[in-house]
Design a protein around this ligand. Structure first.
Ligand code: 5AD
Ligand code: SF4
Length: 477
């Protein structure tokens, strides 16, 4: 570690000298060309928000002169961008850090994201080789925090949630060359009784529609064809500029950006999900016909105890809008089983809801106790065995629904956007607007050859087979 800090200090000294000599070094790119070589590695846990935060963090580090490497062993600076949504996700990062307790000499370790925000300075006690602990609301200060590390500070923190700005950076290193994430809103103002997110990501901050649209236009110019709008609750988006656009208005405008052929969004909260969103999807095929609408439970009394702010009937009204839409909208959801006090009858209502909605896919979770959440105070916590049993029943039921629904698609023709090629199966990997994976063979493109990959293009594909989690087919030419 001492070596790494010495190297970092050296760099700061050099940068400072140049700064005094030439004003143009304030341009970070020019500034850093002359910096000594430093390497960084980042591993990301959790949701798409975290994945995109990591792209922005790496973009910032590259602009500060770092080089990204593929393995932690090769890095001077090792970052973990963490998730604390469930206990298991949280434990993963401490296992990672433990691996380096003895072999991490000469490296600087940083914990970013939700575990950082949740555990704060306690991380320094638990993992003394960590030097940086920063939550997502502090990433705009990353360059300053790096300078602090470089000047030898071994306990650098960025834990304030008191920030009314979203994290915007001119440098984002995107992992996918065709599909890009754009954050439109950060944080969450809801107070679901089970959820750490309002605590780890702070209050809601929306970006202006203008900055979102400018980013989309820039991405289109760079050749991106698909955009995924991100937020903990995109439906409560509200443009802070005098325009004051809501989410449906922003979505419509996104569908008009030249060159962008698909727009997705995640994640939605049913309480703020309005019919105008479905109208916008109905009117413009660029807006993907897929909505992820987490329900969590089919029982209104469990929903009330979860503080979800809607009843089962109110949720079903939104499902009806989608089912009555002109386009065939795929619907996916999240379910939590074993929330405190969930009775067998409550659970049966969740199973009945699955039959009624017939989701195209779902994520099922066992309730996990989270620090700082209201549900900790509730009585009647459900045993782990019972949660395991309920989750298995949910997943088995949903699997049968997916087999049935996917098999109905055999014989139809779909437009697939190509994401890559699977050498093991000899199939192109595509995705439909409904967000289904559609693997297919192409009579004229048996596989990617130099300069001739189908990735990033779209193909018309006849569906020939269906499994529970994906479709297979043949491209039509
Ligand atoms: N326990 C289990 N699942 C949770 N989720 C959020 N918090 C918890 C928790 N404490 C699930 C919800 C949410 C998804 C992202 O994670 O279903 O929609
Ligand atoms: Fe995990 Fe939630 Fe944080 Fe995403 S916002 S990383 S899901 S805790």
């Amino acid at each position: 570690m001492a070596q790494a800090f010495a190297r970092l200090k050296n760099v700061v000294a050099r940068v400072r000298t140049q700064c005094a000599l030439s004003p143009e070094v304030h341009n970070p790119i020019q500034w850093n060309r002359s910096r000594g070589m430093q390497t960084c590695y980042i591993e990301t846990f959790g949701c798409q928000m975290n994945a995109h935060d990591s792209e922005k963090v790496i973009g910032t580090l590259l602009s500060e002169g770092y080089t990204q490497v593929a393995k932690p062993d090769e890095a001077d600076l090792v970052l973990y961008n963490t998730c604390s949504i469930r206990d298991k996700a949280e434990q993963k990062v401490f296992h990672r850090l433990d691996e380096f307790k003895r072999h991490g000499k000469g490296k600087v370790f940083g914990v970013l994201g939700c575990v950082a925000q949740q555990e704060g300075e306690r991380i320094f006690e638990r993992a003394p080789h960590v030097s940086l602990v920063a939550g997502s609301a502090s990433y705009a200060k990353l360059p300053e925090m790096l300078v602090q590390l470089e000047t030898g500070n071994r306990r650098v923190t960025g834990l304030s949630l008191d920030n009314d700005q979203a994290f915007e950076t001119p440098f984002t290193k995107r992992d996918n060359p065709h599909r890009a994430y754009i954050t439109i809103i950060e944080g969450c103002d809801k107070a679901c009784a089970y959820c750490v997110v309002p605590f780890t990501r702070g209050p809601e901050r929306s970006r202006t529609a203008e900055s979102v649209l400018n980013e989309a236009r820039e991405l289109a110019r760079m050749g991106y064809v698909e955009i995924q709008l991100l937020g903990q609750n995109v439906n409560s988006y509200r443009d802070p500029s005098p325009l004051g656009w809501d989410f449906a208005r922003l979505l419509r405008a996104m569908g008009e950006v030249d060159g962008i052929r698909r727009v997705r969004f995640t994640t939605s909260h049913p309480r703020d999900f309005v019919k105008e969103i479905i109208d916008a999807i109905d009117e413009n095929p660029v807006l993907c016909n897929h909505v992820h609408l987490p329900v969590q439970s089919g029982s209104s009394s469990v929903l009330a105890r979860m503080q979800r702010l809607y009843t089962r009937d109110e949720y079903m009204r939104r499902i009806d809008w989608m089912k009555q839409a002109r386009r065939n909208i795929s619907i996916t959801t999240d379910i939590i089983v074993g929330f405190p006090g969930e009775t067998e009858a409550d659970f049966d209502q969740t199973l009945a809801l699955l039959d009624e909605v017939e989701y195209d896919s779902l994520f099922g979770f066992k309730y996990s106790r989270r620090p700082n959440t209201a549900a900790l105070e509730l009585a009647e916590h459900i045993s782990e065995d019972e949660k395991i049993r309920r989750l298995a029943i949910v997943l088995e039921k949903q699997r049968a629904i997916q087999i049935r629904r996917n098999s109905e698609l055999v014989g139809t023709v779909e437009e697939a956007f190509v994401e890559g090629y699977n050498h093991a199966t000899g199939q192109w990997i595509g995705r439909t607007s409904q967000n289904r994976t559609l693997n297919f063979v192409h009579p004229q493109h048996a596989g990617p050859r130099e300069g001739a990959s189908l990735a990033g293009t779209s193909c018309t594909v006849r569906v020939t087979r269906a499994g529970p989690n994906s479709l297979a087919g043949e491209a039509l030419i």
